[in-house]
Every structure is written in C-alpha cells, then in structure tokens.
Design a binder for this molecule. Structure first.
Ligand code: SF4
Length: 76
C-alpha cells in the first residue's frame, strides 16, 4: 500500500487529477466524459477491493478508483 496522491500535489495539478471524478469541471477539462474514472482507465492497477490503487502515471502513489485525470486512457 502506497501513500495517496493528493490533489494539491504538483503532479496531480499538472494532470488535473481529481479524487472524485464527479467533481470535474467540464468547462475546465473539456476531454472529461462522465463515467470515466480511474477504475475504468487503462493505466489503473486495482488493489483488490480497495477504494484506491496504483496508476502507471504516478509511480509510488495511489489514486482513488473513483478519481480521474486528463490522461485517462480507454482500456483495450
Ligand atoms: Fe486515474 Fe488513469 Fe489518470 Fe491514472 S491516468 S490518475 S488511473 S485517470
């Protein structure tokens, strides 16, 4: 288990990471499509049933399954 990425972290700000995707402002992040979350992003690595897991973008930090950032990648 790793420490959680915080929205105030530089790398989170740079990618528009939100711990809760439902709070993403569509005007500020036009690529956001409701329904997209870390849990259904190709870069997410679930940690069992935990509410957070790994992300290939953020080495050493966990992200919230219900989060989102603008690097969201459609799964194969
Ligand atoms: Fe979440 Fe995907 Fe962004 Fe990682 S790349 S923070 S899993 S949306």
């Amino acid at each position: 288990e790793q420490s959680l990425l915080q929205e105030s972290d530089d790398e989170a700000k740079a990618t528009g990471y939100h711990a809760d995707a439902t709070r993403v402002n569509k005007a500020r992040f036009p690529t956001y499509v409701p329904g997209q979350t870390c849990a259904n992003c190709k870069l997410y690595a679930p940690d069992g049933d935990k509410p957070s897991g790994g992300c290939a973008l953020f080495y050493g930090k966990d992200v919230m399954a219900k989060g989102w950032c603008k690097a969201w990648v459609k799964p194969d």
